[in-house]
Structures are given as C-alpha cells and as structure tokens.
Design a protein around this ligand. Structure first.
Ligand code: ADP
Ligand code: MG
Length: 290
C-alpha cells in the first residue's frame, strides 16, 4: 500500500434539485499529504459527507479541482473512478449496513469487496485484514452482518473498505450510534490503519477520534472554516483572502461590522471594528444573498 494524498482547489459541489440548487461545497481549499490523518468536523449540513463522497469519486465536482493521488477527479470517467475505488481508495459510508451485503458472512463480504479489483499479488489475505479490525476469530467471521453487534458491524464495514489495501481510507461517522465499548474498538481499528501509514480522512463528531488524527479540519458553510493542531484552533486564510473567524467573534462583533485590517510591523494583523457604522452591513449582507 502506498499512501495517497488529496488536493482540493476551489472545490464546489451543487446538488441540483427540481426548481432549486443546494450549494453544498462553496470553494474548498485543502491539502492532505500522503500518510496524514485528518478529522473533518463541523456542524450538520456543513458539507462534510459531500466532501468525502467527492474524494471517493461517488460524486463529481461541479467546479474546481480535486486530485486524489494521480487521479484528476474533475476529469475522470466513470470507469476511471471505479478503477480508483477498486485499487486506491477505501470508503466507509455512514451507517454500517450500507457497506455490507446482508446475506454474506463477514469474510465473504471482504472477499466480495475484492472481486472488483484486478487481482494483485501483494494484497493481504482477508484474514489479515479481519485481524486488523479484531474480527478474525472463526466464529465471528462466519457470521452475517445481522448476527453481529453494532460495533462488530462497523468494524466489518471497515474491513470491507480495507479489502483492496487502499492508500486512502475515507470513513463517514464510523463511531456514531455506538456505545462506549464498541466505540473504543472501532477507534482502535481506525488507529491501527492510521499507524500502518494509510492516509485517513474521517468525518466525525467524536472528539476522541479528532484527538488521534494529525489534523482537525472544520467545515463550515461548505468551506474550510478552521484547522486544529494539537488542540489549538486556527483560522485558515483562503486563496481568495477570505477568513472564517471563530463563531465567538460574533459575540463581540455583530454580522455586518466593518473591520479595519492593519498589518503590524511584527507580522500580527489587527482587526479593528469601525464604530461609525453600527448596523449598516447586517441587512445588506442578507439582501445580497437573495
Ligand atoms: P454534513 O455531512 O456536514 O452534515 P452534507 O454534505 O450531508 O453535510 O450536506 C451539505 C448540504 O447539502 C446540506 O445543505 C444538505 O442539506 C445538502 N445535501 C446533502 N445531500 C443532499 C442530497 N442528496 N440532495 C440534496 N441536498 C443534499
Ligand atoms: Mg454527514
């Protein structure tokens, strides 16, 4: 397995519905280095799952660029995307059931996930993958998904995502709706994948997962809002100069506040609210969005 990096440049995704469009991603700039582990966090509806589905090649960008390793996903054909998923990218969608065939045993599910792949000699045997996720005992690997506990089912879904020894693992809320014991088991399995050098991108609300990844990237309103490193949060300057300030800034500066931006000699930047225009911007901003 060679770890695979991801590059997003001005990535836009629009769900086109009858009569109106939903802009789910409004220009995401993000670089994930090969071998890095990233937690995507942020409020519900922010665009996290959409971003993950784009990286998985399950959706195509509406605009902007997206590279997954050597693959240019804005240009790739359906066949190329399929080939990418069968060799380079493992995907664990939200809800274990969506990743598993209900009438196959755990081991058969892993073998089946591999069928699409070109036979590669270097692929580890399914039992090795099941050992990694802690499902290798003969009794468990013969069970069907319905016969597993929720935590085991989630780990079986992880094994399926890992079936082709991908360089990039994408997982959407792998620990949601699990009790603490099951959560810790899934956490340990994801951690083992990360430690093996695979690039890992996890959408999560679980701070424990976030703490174990190299980076935490907050998605807000379809953009990268903030970055966390070692427990410290940073705002990120977008390529167009835009910055998402932390929401607590709204407690001291109302939307529409005019800020004077001045670069200090020591390299810090001062944001000074203008007192002269108390409410001027707030209404305007709203109108502009219509
Ligand atoms: P998150 O995973 O951060 O909760 P999503 O990526 O699921 O966010 O959703 C981002 C936005 O796109 C939301 O406004 C959501 O309502 C919308 N959305 C998500 N999936 C669909 C879909 N299949 N059809 C239409 N709109 C969608
Ligand atoms: Mg989601």
């Amino acid at each position: 397995m060679n770890p695979i990096g991801v590059t997003c440049r001005g990535l836009v995704f629009i769900y086109r519905l009858e009569g109106y469009d939903v802009v789910a991603l409004a220009g995401v700039d993000l670089d994930i280095e090969a071998g890095q582990s990233v937690a995507l966090v942020g409020p519900s509806g922010a665009g996290k799952s959409t971003l993950l589905s784009l990286m998985a090649g399950l959706l195509s960008p509406s605009a902007g660029r997206l590279f997954v390793g050597e693959h240019d996903l804005a240009k790739a054909t359906a066949a190329e995307l399929q080939a990418m998923r069968s060799t380079d990218v493992g995907v664990m969608l939200q809800g274990a059931a969506r990743n598993l065939l209900p009438y196959l045993s755990v081991e058969q599910n892993v073998r089946f996930a591999r069928n699409g792949a070109v036979a590669r000699a270097e692929l580890p045997p399914p039992r090795e993958i099941l050992t990694l996720v802690g499902l290798a005992d003969p009794d468990r690997l013969r069970r069907t998904p319905g016969e597993l506990t929720p935590g085991e089912r989630q780990r079986a879904a992880l094994a399926v995502a890992l079936a082709n020894n991908p360089g990039l693992l994408l997982a959407d809320e792998p620990t949601s709706q699990l009790d603490i014991g099951a959560r810790d088991e899934v956490l340990a399995a994801v951690e083992a994948v990360r430690a093996a050098g695979t690039t890992v991108v996890v959408v999560t609300h679980d701070p424990e997962i976030g703490a174990r990844m190299n980076r935490t990237v907050t998605i807000r309103d379809g953009r990268v809002g903030a970055e966390g490193r070692s427990g410290v949060d940073y705002s990120v300057i977008g390529r167009d100069g835009s910055v998402h300030l932390p929401t607590e800034v709204l407690d001291v500066m109302a939307p529409g506040t005019l800020l004077r931006v001045s670069v200090q000699p020591d390299g810090t930047v001062l944001l000074t609210p203008s007192e002269a225009v108390p409410h001027a911007g707030a209404g305007l901003g709203r109108e502009d969005q219509r």
